[in-house]
Design a binder for this molecule. Sequence first.
Ligand code: PMP
Length: 422
Amino acid sequence: MNYARFLTAVSTARKPSAIRLLTELQQRSPPSLISLAGGAPNPDTFPFLSAQVRLKSGAELEMNESLMRRALQYSGSYGIPELLSWMKDLQKSLHNPPTINLTPEEGRMEMCVTTGSQEGLGKIFEMLVSPGDNVLLDAPTYSGTLAALQPLGCNLISVPSDQDGIKPSGLSQALESWHPSNPQKPRVLYTIPNGGNPTGASISHERKIEVYELARKHDLLIIEDDPYYFLQFQKPWAPSFLSMDVDGRVLRTDSFSKILSSGIRLGFVTGPKPLVDRVVLHIQASTMHTSSFTQLMVSQLLQGWGQGGFLKHIDSVIEFYSSQRNAMLASADKWLKDIAEWHPPKAGMFLWIKLKGVKDTNKLIMEKALEKEVLLVPGGVFNINSSDPCPYVRAAFSLSTPEQIDEAFRRLAELIRDAELT
Ligand code: PMP
């Protein structure tokens, strides 16, 4: 796999930082090493001493003085070694990419920590998307992705999709329309495989196999943005694109935002080493690394839990969201049956609702919904062209109680009926 052909001029021009490399080396060296190398400040001058974080289980995370010195200091750009190694074990047990068509060095699964998966996506796009490029995605899609991609001057090409995600026939058709020698032929496919934001759609396993085969045929890289992976309501969880990646053409972003905390801003990029190494070059030149404090705190938590404890925690999170989803579906049935359409999501936290008699929900929501004291996201914000009329709204079942959800849908039904009358 020659990855150079996928890289932007900006990415190619990024060079490793010698200072960052020394920080990585120092991180792995014995305490007897005397380093006069780094420009790191002396934590003796910092006001913080130690920290104790109490967990809801009653247990405590102890950030003692020596851990706190590390937490307050610069750290390597890949991530804190103990967190990275914990995450690599987890990714291997969940995805283990069979990169059989790569050299052992290229095919080695690599990871880096990012400040939320949003940072990972931003860096990946900066690395792979040049002005004028044609980028494939299944719109409507996550507005944060549109916000990161659109200013790069690329053309976003929407692949037809439904409640089972991308339609392989649509992807094939889109790709066949480019002559193989056309330099503008798309090289990147972005997709949210589980509990899509905003559609709630999850790509079926059969479609994933077909999509991956098309990526091989047309030499695409797949960006698998999967923050709702751990919110899949049914077991066994769907195999990821990464888990079928024989060629090293999948870059995966994961997030702790929906399962541990969104405010701690922890995400991960996983994929073939040459690509992840390059993502790290982009990190070196911007954030340098994700908060050492956050990483060490979470690493303490995960090491205390072990993989079994982590997955047990995930089960309790799934139980919560699955019951919230059921409550929202019951209220939708009760209030919206004749005036709207939806598909029960298999993962995530969103219900994507098509309002039958409404051409464009933007006007309805922005002008009328607040009067009725109900708020949803008008679907247009997730479209490539946000001013295209869109009959959908996105409803999140994450934060409101079942009673609030029920009342919200009662108000929404009233709003739609009023709109039909006017
Ligand atoms: N991708 C998708 C599809 C999302 O829905 C979100 C969060 N809303 C993100 C990425 C970013 O998540 P974070 O940076 O919190 O990990």
